[in-house]
Design a protein around this ligand. Structure first.
Ligand SMILES: C[S@@+](CC[C@H](N)C(=O)[O-])C[C@H]1O[C@@H](n2cnc3c(N)ncnc32)[C@H](O)[C@@H]1O
Length: 273
C-alpha cells in the first residue's frame, strides 16, 4: 500500500463519515478496505479518488455503500444451540424471577429476526410454564444503524428461508402465512420496539436490561470500541442479567471484571447479582 493510497483512503473515509453519518473510525481498517473494494470494483473505480467522484455523480451509490459497510445477514433462531441453551436453562429462570417483566435489548438487530425470535421464545416459555400473563409483560428494544433493515424489522414479514434454522413451532404458533412469506403475529410484534441507534456514537438508552444480545456486530469494530461497548453493556445490565455475544466474539477489557462466563461455547456472560 503506498502513501498515496493511504491518503486517498483517509480522504475517502473522512468524506463517508460526513456524508453517510457512519463513524468509520470505530471500524477495523482491513475490514473497511475490503468492503470499499467491493463497491469500487462494482463501479469500475480503480482508486479511492475515482470512487469519491462516483459518490458525487451517483447519489444511489451512498446507499449501496452503507449496505456494503454494514453487513446485515441474519436469520430466525440463528445458532440454535445458543437459543436452546437460553430456553433450557437460563431464560425460564429470568422470566420467573421477573414475573415476565423481562427487559431485553437486541443491539445490532438487523431486520429483526433476532428480537422476534426472542419474543417468540418468551411467549413459548410462558405458555409451557402455564403463565401466559408473563408474555404480555416482556419488552424488547431492537436497534440498528441501518434504516432499511429497521424498516424490514418494523414490517415483520419474512421469506420462508429466514426460518431454516428455527423450530417449526415458531411459524406454526407465532406467524401467519401471507403468500410466500410469514408475517409475525401482532401479539409478538407488540413486545418489540424498533429504533435506530449507532452503537459507536449514540448515547445508550437510559434503561436497565435483564438480557442484552449483541451478536455478530462488534467483530467489525476495533478493539478500543469493543472494550468501550462491552463496558457500557455491563453497566446497562441489571444484577444477574445476561449478555449474549456472537459465536466468534470475545469479551475484552474492563467488562471482564464484572461479567462472569456462563457458557463459553455460546458466549453467554452474567453480571454479578
Ligand atoms: C450481521 S448483522 C447481525 C444481526 C443479528 N444480531 C444476528 O446475529 O443475526 C450486523 C448488524 O450490525 C449492524 N451495525 C453495524 N454497525 C453498527 C453500528 N455502528 N451501530 C449499530 N448497528 C450496527 C448492521 O447494520 C447489521 O444489521
Amino acid at each position: 500500500m503506498t502513501a498515496d493510497d493511504d491518503e486517498g483512503f483517509k480522504a475517502l473515509t473522512d468524506r463517508i463519515s460526513r456524508g453517510a453519518g457512519l463513524t468509520l473510525d470505530a471500524y477495523k481498517d482491513k475490514c473497511l478496505r475490503r468492503r470499499l473494494l467491493v463497491r469500487m470494483r462494482a463501479c469500475g473505480a480503480h482508486t479511492y479518488a475515482q470512487y469519491a467522484a462516483v459518490l458525487d455523480e451517483r447519489p444511489g451509490e451512498w446507499e449501496k455503500l452503507q449496505d456494503a459497510l454494514t453487513i446485515n445477514v441474519t436469520r430466525f433462531y440463528r445458532n440454535p444451540e445458543t437459543w436452546n441453551r437460553l430456553r433450557d436453562g437460563l431464560l425460564p429462570g429470568l422470566l420467573e424471577a421477573r414475573q415476565g417483566r423481562l427487559r431485553a435489548w437486541s443491539a445490532g438487530c438487523s431486520s429483526g429476526e433476532e428480537p422476534y425470535s426472542l419474543a417468540m421464545l418468551c411467549c413459548d416459555i410462558a405458555a409451557t410454564e402455564g403463565q401466559p400473563a408473563w408474555a404480555q409483560r416482556v419488552r424488547i428494544a431492537a436497534t440498528d444503524i441501518d434504516r432499511e433493515s429497521l424498516a424490514r424489522a418494523a414490517a415483520a414479514r419474512y421469506p420462508r428461508a429466514s426460518f431454516v434454522e428455527a423450530p417449526d413451532w415458531m411459524t406454526e404458533r407465532y406467524c401467519e402465512a401471507v403468500g410466500d412469506a410469514w408475517q409475525v403475529r401482532a401479539s409478538v410484534r407488540r413486545l418489540v420496539t424498533v429504533q435506530r441507534l449507532d452503537l459507536t456514537r449514540d448515547t445508550f438508552p437510559a434503561s436497565t436490561y435483564d438480557l442484552i444480545f449483541c451478536r455478530n456486530v462488534v467483530i467489525y469494530f476495533d478493539r478500543p470500541t469493543q472494550e468501550r461497548l462491552f463496558a457500557q453493556f455491563a453497566d446497562a445490565l441489571s444484577p444477574g442479567g445476561l449478555l449474549v455475544l456472537g459465536k466468534v466474539e470475545t469479551l475484552l477489557g474492563p467488562a471482564r471484571e464484572c461479567l462472569t462466563l456462563v457458557d463459553a461455547r455460546e458466549r453467554i456472560f452474567r453480571r454479578a447479582a
